[in-house]
Design a protein around this ligand. Structure first.
Ligand SMILES: [Zn+2]
Length: 187
C-alpha cells in the first residue's frame, strides 16, 4: 500500500516538497511513485486535476527539486540558483494571457500559449511562497533525520516539528530517556 500524502506544511508549495520524506530509519521515501500519484496529489491539494502521463511524473519531480533548491537558497539568504529559477519561470510563462473585451462587455483572457503547463498551479504556489512570505517562518523540521518543511503559522512562531505526534514526541521520549540515563549513570 502506498503511503498517505502529508498536508501539514501550512503552504501547498511546501506540502509538495514533503512528497519526498524519510522513514524512521532515515531512508528516503518517494510519495510520487507514478504519474497517477502526481495527479492524486494535485487533486488532494485542491489544484486543478491533470491527466497522468509519464511526463507529468518527471516534470513534477524536476519541479520539486527546483523548488527545494529555491527554498533552500531563499531561507539561507543567497540568490536564486540559475537553473531552478529558469525552470520555474519557464512553467510560469505558460500562464501568460492577454486581456480582451467581448461584444457583451465582458473581459476575457486569451492564453498566448495554447495550453498552460499542467504544473502551472504548483509553480504559482511556489512563486507565492517565495515572494510573499516571511522566510524566517519557513523551516525544516527539527526532528533527527526528518526532511519535512513547513511554514510556521502558529501564534508564537515557535513551531519546531512537522507533526507533534511524530517528530515532536520522538524527541521528547529520547530527551526523557537521556535524562534518565544520566541520572542512572550518576547514581
Ligand atoms: Zn519531522
Amino acid at each position: 500500500m502506498s503511503e498517505p500524502f502529508l498536508f501539514i506544511a501550512g503552504h501547498p508549495a511546501l506540502d509538495f516538497l514533503n512528497t519526498e520524506k524519510a522513514d524512521d530509519a532515515g531512508e528516503r521515501v518517494e510519495l510520487l511513485a507514478e504519474p497517477e500519484s502526481v495527479a492524486a496529489w494535485l487533486r488532494a491539494s485542491g489544484m486543478h486535476p491533470v491527466p497522468a502521463d509519464d511526463s507529468l511524473l518527471s516534470d513534477a519531480r524536476t519541479l520539486r527539486d527546483a523548488v527545494r533548491s529555491l527554498v533552500v537558497a531563499w531561507t539561507s539568504d543567497t540568490p536564486a540558483p540559475d537553473e531552478p529559477l529558469a525552470l520555474l519561470n519557464c512553467i510560469l510563462a505558460t500562464g501568460a494571457a492577454r486581456q480582451q473585451m467581448a461584444s457583451d462587455f465582458t473581459g476575457q483572457e486569451i492564453p498566448v500559449i495554447p495550453a498552460p503547463h499542467p504544473l502551472l498551479p504548483l509553480a504559482l504556489s511556489a512563486l507565492n511562497l517565495l515572494t510573499r512570505h516571511d522566510k524566517t517562518l519557513v523551516r525544516k523540521c527539527a526532528g533527527t533525520g526528518c526532511v519535512l518543511w513547513f511554514l510556521d503559522t502558529t501564534k508564537n512562531k515557535r513551531r519546531r516539528w512537522c507533526r507533534m505526534e511524530a517528530c515532536g514526541n520522538r524527541e521528547k521520549v529520547s530527551s526523557h530517556y537521556q535524562r534518565h540515563r544520566k541520572l542512572a549513570d550518576s547514581a
